[in-house]
Design a protein around this ligand. Structure first.
Ligand SMILES: Cc1ncc(COP(=O)(O)O)c(C=O)c1O
Length: 405
C-alpha cells in the first residue's frame, strides 16, 4: 500500500492494506476514491467528524495570526479556549495543564497526584489502558505492552476492574492515586457496576488519595454525556482528556482542583507545544461544534439506534458467532466467539473501517455525526460478513458442538 512507509517506518503499528487520503464526516476515502464508513473514528479521535470544516477554518485563520506560543507567554487563543473549557468540566476542576496526547495527560496526572499527596503508590485496574509512555504504561494492564520495556514505575498495583471490595483491600496509606477509565475502552468497552465509581470516590476520600478519571476515550460526548463519569454523577480530583477534543489536532489536557494545582511550582511540568495557539483554536472550534450541533444528544440517539440494530440483527441472528453487545452512547462493542481479525479483514471489502479490542471484540467509536442511514448500511454489511463467516465456519462449529465444547 505504501512501499515507502513499509521501508522506512519503525514497524510498531499493525498495518491494514488501505491508503486514506481524505475524510468527511463519518467517511474516509482511499487513494482510488473509494468511500469507507470509519467505525474506528481514527481510534476515537474523529468525534466531530473527519476534516470538520469549522475546525479547518479555525486552523486556517489562526495559522495566519500565530501558530506557536509557549506557555510562558500569555496568548489570546489559549485564553479564549480556557474560558469555554472550564464551563464544561466537572465543577471544581478548573485548573488545567495542556499537552499533546492522552499518555502525556496521564503522565501529568500521576506526577500531580504524587506531588500533591507526597505518596508514591498508584492503584490501577485489570484491563486498563492509559498510554505507552513510561508512567502511563506502568498503570496499563496488558503484559504485551509492558513486558518488553520493564522495569516500569515502582509501586503500581492492579485490582480487578469493577470490584470495589478488592479495591478497598488493595489501597494503602501510600496510595497517591487511583487511576481508572470510567468505561474501559481498549480492553473491550467494559462498563463498571453502578457502585464502582461512587465507591472509588468514597475510598479515595477516606484514604486521602487522589481519584483520577482517564476520559481520553470515554470523554467529550462519546457516551452521550460530556464526560462518561457524569453517567454515575461522580467527580474525580483529576480528569484527563485527549483524542477528539481538538477535532483531530494533537492535543490533551489534565484538569485538576485548585488545591492540587497549588501544590505545583513553575517548571515542575511543562511541554513545549502544550496549549499552543493552533491547537487551542482548533479545540475551541471543536467544542463549539459539539455544542451547537447537539452532538451529545446525537450520540445518545444514534447509539441507541445502533445498539438496537446490533442486538436485534447481529446478536439475534448469529448466536454461534456473537456473544454480547454492550456499551453506552457511541462507545459500543460486539463480543465475538470467533477471531475479530476475520471480520475486520472482510470489513474492508464492504467499505468499513472496523476496530478491534483484544482478540475477539469489535469496538465501535464512530464519529458522533454518523447518520442513521450509514448505521443501516453498516449493519447490513456486518450481516453479510457474518453470513459468509458462518457458512465457512459451520463445519468447525458443528464439530465443536458434537465434541461438547
Ligand atoms: C483511555 C485511554 N487513555 C490513554 C490513551 C493514550 O492516548 P495517546 O495514544 O494519545 O497517548 C488512550 C489511547 O487509546 C486511551 O484510550
Amino acid at each position: 500500500m505504501s512501499k515507502i512507509e513499509d521501508e522506512h517506518l519503525i514497524p510498531t503499528y499493525q498495518k491494514f492494506p488501505i491508503k486514506i487520503v481524505r475524510g468527511a464526516g463519518a467517511l474516509v476515502f482511499d487513494d482510488k476514491g473509494g468511500a469507507y464508513v470509519d467505525l474506528s473514528g481514527g481510534y476515537g479521535v474523529a468525534i466531530i467528524g473527519h476534516a470538520n470544516p469549522f475546525v479547518a477554518k479555525a486552523l486556517a485563520d489562526q495559522s495566519h495570526e500565530l501558530i506557536t506560543c509557549h506557555g510562558s507567554l500569555y496568548n489570546d487563543a489559549r485564553e479564549a479556549y480556557l474560558s469555554e473549557l472550564v464551563k464544561v468540566l466537572p465543577q471544581g476542576l478548573d485548573h488545567i495543564y495542556f499537552c499533546n496526547s492522552g499518555a502525556e495527560a496521564n503522565e501529568a496526572a500521576l506526577k500531580f497526584a504524587r506531588k500533591y499527596t507526597g505518596r508514591k503508590e498508584i492503584l490501577a485496574f485489570t484491563g486498563s489502558f492509559h498510554g505507552k509512555t513510561y508512567g502511563a504504561l506502568s498503570a496499563t494492564w496488558n503484559q504485551k505492552y509492558r513486558k518488553p520495556f520493564e522495569p516500569l514505575l515502582e509501586g503500581v498495583r492492579f485490582s480487578p476492574f469493577g470490584n470495589l471490595e478488592r479495591a478497598r483491600e488493595a489501597i494503602t496509606d501510600a496510595t497517591a492515586a487511583i487511576i481508572v477509565e470510567p468505561i474501559q475502552g481498549e480492553s473491550g468497552i467494559h462498563i463498571p457496576p453502578d457502585n464502582f465509581l461512587p465507591g472509588l470516590r468514597d475510598l479515595a476520600d477516606s484514604n486521602g488519595s487522589v481519584l483520577v478519571f482517564d476520559e481520553v476515550q470515554s470523554g467529550f460526548g462519546r457516551t452521550g454525556k460530556m464526560w462518561a463519569c457524569e453517567n454515575w454523577n461522580v467527580k474525580p480530583d483529576i480528569l484527563t482528556a485527549s483524542k477528539g477534543v481538538a477535532g483531530g489536532v494533537p492535543f490533551g489536557f489534565t484538569a485538576v482542583t485548585s488545591s492540587i494545582s497549588s501544590s505545583l511550582k513553575p517548571g515542575e511540568q511543562t511541554s513545549t507545544f502544550g496549549g499552543n495557539a493552533l491547537s487551542c483554536a482548533a479545540a475551541l472550534a471543536a467544542l463549539k461544534y459539539l455544542q451547537s450541533e447537539q452532538l451529545l444528544a446525537r450520540a445518545l440517539e444514534n447509539g441507541e439506534y445502533f445498539r438496537h440494530k446490533l442486538e436485534s440483527i447481529i446478536l439475534a441472528k448469529y448466536p454461534s458467532l456473537v456473544r454480547e453487545v454492550r456499551g453506552k452512547g457511541l462507545m459500543l462493542a460486539v463480543e465475538l466467539r470467533i477471531p475479530v481479525k476475520d471480520v475486520i479483514n472482510l470489513g474492508f471489502e464492504h467499505h468499513l473501517i472496523l476496530l478491534y479490542a483484544g482478540l475477539n471484540v469489535l469496538r465501535f467509536l464512530p464519529p458522533l455525526v454518523i447518520t442513521k442511514n450509514q448505521i443501516d448500511n453498516v449493519v447490513l454489511s456486518l450481516d453479510s460478513i457474518l453470513t459468509h463467516l458462518e457458512t465457512n465456519l459451520r463445519p468447525t462449529i458443528e464439530a465443536k458442538l458434537e465434541a461438547g465444547a
